[in-house]
Write a protein that binds this ligand. Structure first.
Ligand SMILES: [Zn+2]
Length: 408
């Protein structure tokens, strides 16, 4: 069985982690930033060294492939992203991107005769500075000029200004990809949660990417003087919101073991120390592997919020977000990943992904699978993101064996 060059992969990960490195250990490599350009130049150099061709589309998504692969035969794709959240870690995205490149290098070095070529991809702005899973979404669905014109980044900059002179973007039109050009997609990624490490397992075979719901729950009470208004006469929006928020753990548990409910933003008005809060707005993020589960969570938060509001004598307005359906991974690709684990003797389990990934866009046009490796203490999107190097090499070997089986 051919294997990846583990030392080369780990050295690549260290080298890429120095691009955009900040004091304190974090990495900031936002899409289309100077650091993103440096990282792409570094990636292009690695491709050149390996005798691979690198092309890019109108969104800056990049594809590395063998020069003989001119796109006539549908290819097996693998890849991820190299942009990071502000002050992120060294593995989210970078690991799957560099492991895909390493697999392509090994296939090229061995000169293996394959029925289908393998291509390594880098998707633009997975972390959504300008749009949720921006590059892979546009690759699969296209964007209209007015969609792009309206996109504004975290720092308030307009996308179409920022990417003016970006050297890794072609002028080709941003239209949906022809699904007939792709023979399947496999993404390797760190778990970003604690389950594999707690279970002492090597590999997660992703069964689905969880669906996403949520919305804005606004409690409306009455602003009054904090010193003169007796407690029984108040309509305190925050007291109602606080009561409601303490129920979230039970509401999630009632739906399933995998359901999660989070309030990450709480805004008060008038937001003054000596005024009883008139409004409290909770922004909710609700996730669950089944669509029925998310619908049930939506219903449960609404019913509970109304009961709590009534008890507190305040009003409540629920503005749910559009539900993003869960994305099941392809059964055949899951089996190919399981077989690859077994061939290497690595322990594994099937599991849903709680985080969103480029795979959920690719899955809408081509059979898609995802491989997870353990994340130490489940930490991610922060400088301490870490996976044992041996596990990183194991995951990349599972990726290579899977890609070879799909390309043969
Ligand atoms: Zn990622």
């Amino acid at each position: 069985m051919i294997e990846i060059n583990g030392d080369r992969l780990l050295a690549d990960l260290r080298a890429l982690s120095r691009i955009g490195a900040r004091d304190g250990g974090g990495i900031s490599r936002t899409a289309f930033s100077a650091e993103d350009i440096l990282a792409r130049r570094w990636y292009r150099d690695r491709c050149q060294e390996a005798g691979l061709k690198l092309t890019f589309d109108g969104l800056g998504n990049m594809t590395a492939h063998h020069p003989d692969d001119e796109g006539r035969t549908p290819a097996v794709w693998s890849g991820s992203h190299i942009d990071t959240v502000p002050n992120g870690g060294p593995l989210d995205g970078a690991y799957g991107t560099l492991a895909a490149l390493e697999c392509l290098r090994r296939i090229t070095e061995e000169g293996l005769p394959l029925a289908r070529p393998v291509r390594a991809l880098v998707f633009t702005d997975e972390e959504g500075n300008y749009g949720h899973l921006f590059g892979s979404y546009g690759l699969v669905n296209g964007y209209r000029a007015e969609d792009l014109a309206g996109m504004v980044g975290r720092d308030g900059d307009r996308l179409i200004d920022t990417w003016q002179d970006f050297p890794f973007r072609s002028e080709q039109p941003i239209t949906p990809l022809d699904p007939a050009t792709v023979a399947g997609f496999i993404e390797l990624h760190i778990e970003q949660g604690p389950k594999l490490e707690l279970a002492g397992l090597d590999i997660g075979v992703v069964s689905s990417i969880v669906g996403l719901g949520g919305g804005r729950m606004e409690f409306r009470g009455r602003a009054d003087h904090a010193g003169t208004t007796p407690m029984p006469l108040r309509a305190d929006a925050l007291q109602a919101a606080a009561d409601f928020l303490t129920t979230l753990p039970q509401l999630a548990a009632k739906v399933s073991d995998a359901a999660v409910a989070t309030c990450g933003i709480l805004r008060l008005s008038p937001d003054a120390a000596n005024v009883v809060p008139e409004r409290a707005v909770c922004t909710l993020d609700l996730r669950e592997p089944s669509r029925a589960g998310i619908v049930a969570l939506h219903a449960a938060v609404e019913t509970t919020a109304r009961e709590v509001a009534e008890r507190h004598g305040v009003d409540v307005v629920w503005e749910p977000d559009q539900i993003i359906d869960p994305t099941p991974m392809d059964a055949g690709k899951q089996q190919a990943i399981r077989d690859a684990c077994d061939a290497h003797g690595f322990s594994r389990q099937d599991m849903p992904s709680g985080a969103g990934h480029d795979s959920q866009n690719l899955a809408t046009i081509t059979p898609t699978g995802m491989i997870f490796v353990p994340s130490h203490e489940g930490r991610s999107h922060c400088p301490v993101e870490y996976t044992d190097p041996e596990q990183l090499v194991r995951g990349a070997n599972v990726l290579l064996t899977t890609l070879l089986s799909l390309a043969s």
